[in-house]
Ligand binder design. Structure first.
Ligand code: ZN
Length: 265
């Protein structure tokens, strides 16, 4: 069994402030260690469930956060950004049997994490077919494009509730809860233990139940915080300015949606 893991940091237990997520800031060190511990826990759960190969995409900011030597030998680590339209799911393809998203977080336009955002701080919110989108939802659709089910998600409570709303079969572990500009977190070791057990259980179950159906048509709206960005990106082929801060894009092919998002971020 080949398993793909995409790892972010804003949904890792205890992480509360942007300074804790930036490689160049000294205070990020302990949080990068915990991000690594949570990914290692997911890998261990996958290996116990029978995974023979695990590809890990470091998917936060510089994409150079995870500590390579801590990962199990069966893991391959994807560092940096290619960059290409698969973004946080780079190197995923049809050869994988399951995917997991670790350290993920609440979406732009929500109030369930001090670090709530989707893809970039430039977007106030993004909707797809009228549904508010998180990185979890966008990347779960990316996986669905390759017929790969996202079986397990860990992160903040708001994210876990959203995952249950998209497909209740997806297993979730909430390691913290956002309250205004603060967080309430479980102990780092407990977070790792629950992630390991959750990943094992998810892969031992029926991953096919977790596969989400891709809509036949995609209508995307991005609202920017800065009207000049909306103006600029409205020149992407097929995009239209809907109002001074919002652009609209439609397509039947999800890869074309990803290509649009890749250039509009
Ligand atoms: Zn991130």
């Amino acid at each position: 069994m080949k398993v793909f893991i995409s790892a972010d940091i804003e949904g890792v237990t205890s992480v509360t402030h942007w300074d804790e997520t930036e490689l160049t800031k000294a205070e990020s060190t302990i949080h990068r260690e915990q991000m690594t511990a949570e990914v290692v826990a997911a890998c261990e759960g996958a290996l116990e469930a029978g995974a023979s190969e695990i590809w890990v995409k470091d998917a936060h900011d510089s994409a150079r956060n995870l500590i390579p030597s801590k990962l199990p030998h069966e893991a391959r680590l994807i560092r940096g950004w290619a960059p290409n339209p698969l973004m946080m799911m780079q190197e995923l393809d049809e050869s994988f049997q399951a995917a997991a998203l670790i350290g993920y977080h609440s979406r732009a336009g929500s109030n369930t994490s001090p670090l709530a955002h989707t893809m970039t701080g430039a977007w106030a919110r993004i909707t797809l077919n009228g549904r508010e989108m998180s990185e979890f939802a966008l990347n779960t659709y990316t996986a669905a494009m390759f017929k790969v089910p996202v079986v397990f998600v860990s992160g903040d409570k708001g994210l876990c509730e959203e995952a249950a709303g998209l497909n209740p079969a997806i297993a979730t572990i909430a390691v913290k809860e956002g309250v205004g500009n603060s967080t309430v977190s479980i102990h780092p070791e407990l977070a790792a233990a629950r992630i390991r057990a959750g990943m094992l259980q998810a892969l031992k179950g029926d991953p096919s139940k977790c596969l989400v159906k891709l809509p036949a048509h995609f209508s995307v709206e991005i609202q920017y915080k800065d009207h000049t960005k909306a103006y600029q990106y409205s020149f992407y082929p097929g995009a239209k300015l809907k109002d001074p801060v919002t652009i609209h894009f439609e397509h039947a092919d999800y890869y074309e949606v990803l290509r649009f998002l890749f250039f509009a971020a």
